[in-house]
Design a binder for this molecule. Structure first.
Ligand code: SAM
Length: 223
């Protein structure tokens, strides 16, 4: 990477390690499937029994575990290894298996067209725009024809006065102080989200009006 300040992996490693050390907060237990969001339900309904699903940017694994509990064959990856290990251990304690796949922040160690479903929840907005485009291509590469992709992009939450950020040329906020120090966050317009997946994906469902709220989208791999 040309500019190592743009590698936010250290931030996430620290954030996830601190979350684990503090005892898992309740909010990390609820998955995106627990509140029966229409898009999440549609995603589940589109997957055949035993489908192979990748939770990309899995964090502490709340969503991966919920998918494994429903009988799917779940792969996990994240820039923060501690999160991947943590969710693997939690799965093992509950007699489920999650499969950690190698990932260096850019390449996912899965063959072309190898998964039926991909979840990328609140993670593609934590890299720069070019990086997100590269990752969208990587997700496209590993998706089978007909695969479903569920993505979420958060609204701008620059609400912590102690966390100051510089805004980079592509609109990415790079935090340099406060508890977000080291974090990247890029607020997305609706068009920008759609354009990340304009090649090879058909948009099936959309939630969220504009940048002031989280935007969620469900796509299907069509070519
Ligand atoms: C807000 S958390 C969401 C975690 C999880 N998806 C969830 O919904 O609970 C953002 C996640 O994105 C991950 N992340 C940050 N940069 C990433 C990258 N370049 N590639 C993959 N994951 C990344 C972080 O490590 C973190 O787990």
């Amino acid at each position: 990477m040309a500019d190592e300040r743009l590698d936010s992996g250290e931030f996430w490693k620290r954030c996830i390690a601190e979350t684990i050390d503090s005892g898992e907060p309740a909010k990390w237990r609820d998955s995106v499937f627990s509140s029966e969001k229409p898009l999440a339900m549609e995603f589940l309904g589109a997957l055949a029994g035993g489908a192979e699903v990748l939770d990309f940017g899995c964090g502490l694994g709340r969503n991966a575990l919920a998918l494994a509990e429903r009988g799917f064959d779940v792969y996990v990856c994240d820039v923060a290894d501690a999160g991947v290990r943590y969710c693997e251990e939690r799965a093992a304690a509950d007699d489920f298996t999650l499969r950690a796949v190698g990932y260096d922040g850019h390449e996912i160690e899965l063959p072309n067209r190898s998964v039926d479903g991909i979840l990328a929840w609140s993670c593609l907005d934590h890299v720069t725009l070019d990086w997100a485009r590269e990752l969208a291509e990587e997700l496209t590469r590993v998706a089978r024809l007909g695969a479903h992709l569920l993505v979420s992009f958060d609204e701008d939450r620059s609400d912590d006065p102690d966390s100051e950020a510089e805004v980079l040329g592509d609109g990415t906020h790079r935090y340099f102080s406060g508890r977000r120090k080291g974090m990247l966050f890029r607020p997305y317009t609706n068009d920008e989200i759609r354009s990340l997946f304009e090649t090879g994906w058909e948009l099936l469902m959309w939630e969220g009006e504009d940048e002031s709220v989280p935007r969620r989208a469900l796509f299907r791999r069509v070519e």
